[in-house]
Design a protein around this ligand. Structure first.
Ligand code: ACO
Length: 424
């Protein structure tokens, strides 16, 4: 039976068209609402607003489902490589062997940064947050590449370049913050292994363990897309003004930075450190999180969409055990996180509000074990999320590409006359 929707605003009744997605999601198309009734919808936080139709990622928060282009995340994380997943998100299908070989070769050949980037990073104060450095550097890449020229290995040239250069940029940012010399990319290493090499070569954190590079690659896959989250919506919105590709991605980096979004992975570690300062008492943290007005949240817990479990968190929890075991590291922090998860999941406050660990709860523990400082965690998220941002930017621009421009309900003063300075 066809679904219909009807709305009455005052005396005006309006029948609204309904859009049904391929997974039976229902959207009421309110496009005619303002013209026909004078009213708009009000949805702060956009919890009930579909900003677009999209064929990239399907997410069902109630059933804990995440699929890229139809493929369940559980089937991609492991057998597929990050570059395969990037191609899948960008092109809509998995690459065949020739396409993947061309992509891998092109990625290796395009890792070097334009000369101005090193000068730009060197000009910024050493204590600049890595996410500020990253967004600044990304937005200036158009200075070297302009609008881009044709395709490389089947991808728009600038999109291939950024895919190849984001890890180089991240490693340069890290080494600059540590006062270390930059390490050039190594074309004999794959995507994640080369990144770890550029980050840690010549330091005590250097490792050639293939399992660690594989774990890094898998973490990138888990972060690769998540439909209309804050940073992706930002990329689409900025792109809708026809801002250039690098500017749109830089805006996504900025949106990701906040602790309620990608910055949560850093905030989780800071929170666990605070629990340690309180004698490792997880009940203290649970109590604080429940306290209205304490402004303390269990970081890495809760999600706007997942209300049962976050499938990425399940995979990451297993990885945390593997990586820490492999690196032979003290897993006191992992045990603390597991204890905190257990205490929260047994607590009515979290049960009633359907708050579960999200992707960030365990990722920070793995990153720290690998040797990344906390300030770099969100940069790692950005490397992973780049294919998703790019796929959404492409999808938006391939469509009718109307500029994104929400309305508002004004609640300020009514019209009043200007008062001269002497009379105020
Ligand atoms: N700790 C304690 N209470 C929480 C938490 C939390 N982590 N998350 C939500 N709540 C409570 C809220 O206080 C609210 O309680 P109330 O109904 O009594 O007022 C209720 O649960 C609903 O929370 P909202 O803030 O309305 O949920 P929203 O969907 O707006 O926020 C968000 C989602 C931002 C992820 C939130 O759960 C949060 O702040 N979590 C911690 C930060 C975090 O981990 N962010 C990463 C998200 S995943 C990602 O972006 C990659």
């Amino acid at each position: 039976m066809a679904i219909t929707a009807e709305i009455r605003v005052g005396e005006t009744k309006l029948e609204l068209p309904v859009v049904v997605g391929t997974e039976a999601e229902v959207g009421v198309d309110i496009g005619a609402l303002r013209d026909k009734t004078g009213a708009i919808t009000l949805d702060p936080g956009y919890g009930n607003t579909g900003a677009c139709e999209s064929a990239i990622t399907f997410l069902d928060g109630e059933r804990g489902i995440l699929r890229y282009r139809g493929y369940p995340i559980e089937q991609l994380a492991g057998p597929a490589s990050f570059l395969e997943v990037a191609w899948l998100l960008l092109k809509g299908e998995l690459p065949n062997a020739a396409e993947l070989a061309a992509l891998v070769a092109a990625e290796k050949a395009n890792r070097a940064l334009p000369a101005h980037v090193e000068r730009l990073l060197a000009a910024l104060p050493q204590q600049t947050h890595p996410m500020a450095m990253l967004s600044s550097a990304v937005v200036t890449l158009s200075a070297a590449y302009g609008e881009g020229d044709g395709a490389i290995a089947g991808l728009p040239a600038n999109q291939l370049r950024l895919l190849a250069q984001l890890p180089t940029l991240a490693a340069c940012i890290y080494r600059r913050s540590q006062g270390l010399d930059f390490v050039p990319p190594d074309a004999n290493r794959g995507y994640a292994a080369n990144f770890l090499h550029m980050m840690f070569a010549g330091t005590a954190k250097a490792t050639d363990d293939a399992a660690i590079a594989t774990a890094m690659d898998l973490l990138f896959i888990l972060h690769a897309d998540h439909e209309q989250n804050c940073s992706t919506s930002t990329v689409r919105l900025v792109g809708s003004s026809q801002a250039d590709y690098f500017a749109s991605i830089a805006s996504g980096v900025c949106a990701l930075w906040g602790p309620l979004h990608g910055g949560a992975n850093q905030a989780v570690i800071e929170m666990l450190d605070e629990v340690v300062r309180h004698g490792g008492n997880v009940q203290w943290a649970v109590g604080q999180a429940k306290e209205k007005g304490s402004h303390f949240r269990l970081m890495g817990f809760g999600h706007r969409v997942y209300k049962n479990f976050d499938p990425r968190a399940k995979i990451i929890k297993v990885q945390a055990d593997l990586v820490l075991g492999k690196l032979g590291q003290d897993d006191a922090q992992l045990d603390l996180a597991k204890g905190l998860e257990q205490a929260a999941l047994a607590d009515d406050y979290f049960v009633q509000r359907k708050l579960y660990p999200n992707v960030d709860f365990y990722s920070g523990i793995i990153y720290r074990a690998m040797g990344f400082p906390q300030e770099m965690f969100t940069v790692l998220f950005a490397i992973g999320r780049l294919p998703g941002w790019t796929a959404h930017w492409n999808e938006h621009n391939a469509g009718k590409a109307r500029i994104g421009r929400p309305r508002q309900i004004y609640t300020g003063k009514n019209a009043r006359d200007f008062v001269a300075l002497a009379d105020r």
